[in-house]
Write a protein that binds this ligand. Structure first.
Ligand SMILES: [Fe+2]
Ligand SMILES: [Fe+2]
Length: 162
């Protein structure tokens, strides 16, 4: 019973994490007017993130438990990675993609952990849902990481050129 309760608690952490990621993504989307292709990919991932939250909710309910919105759990750790920029220059767009990268990698690690826990308990439905979420978060992590050098150069050329 203890193992099952912990799995439910971790699923709730993942649910809370996805809900908070939706808010962060919305803020980043607002910052990206000058970078339409980044904005579009963030918007796509916002849709995926909404589904991730929904999948976690269904997993919790399929085990016969209730979702708890009061969970902070992972959110606390992520909050530190998602702080807003304090630079002299308006380097928000660069900080946004760095925070986005940290978030996606953290999500992937969280789902790896959840999958291991669900495997231990034979919760097939949870394993599948976490794998689906993890794959989309991995794809997003790869894409974001690929954007970092070019975005940094563009920021320097357009905002910091003398
Ligand atoms: Fe996700
Ligand atoms: Fe994600």
């Amino acid at each position: 019973m203890k193992q099952r309760d912990e799995l439910i608690s971790w699923l709730n952490d993942a649910y809370a994490m996805e809900l908070s990621n939706m808010k962060i993504l919305e803020a980043h989307i607002d910052d990206m007017d000058a970078f339409p292709e980044i904005k579009a990919r963030l918007q796509q991932h916002l849709g995926e993130t909404r589904q991730h939250a929904e999948r976690m909710k269904k997993c919790i309910e399929s085990i016969g438990a209730k979702v708890s919105r009061s969970k902070v759990g992972f959110g606390k750790v992520l909050g530190m990675l998602q702080g807003r920029s304090s630079s002299l220059f308006n380097d928000e767009v660069v900080k946004d993609v760095l925070s986005e990268s940290a978030t996606e990698h953290f999500e992937v690690a969280s789902y790896r952990s959840l999958i291991a826990a669900a495997e231990q308990l034979g919760e097939t439905r949870v394993i599948e849902a976490c794998q689906q979420n993890m794959q989309e978060d991995m794809a997003m992590a790869d894409w974001v990481d690929g954007q970092v050098p070019a975005l940094t150069r563009r920021f320097m050329d357009t905002q910091l050129a003398e």
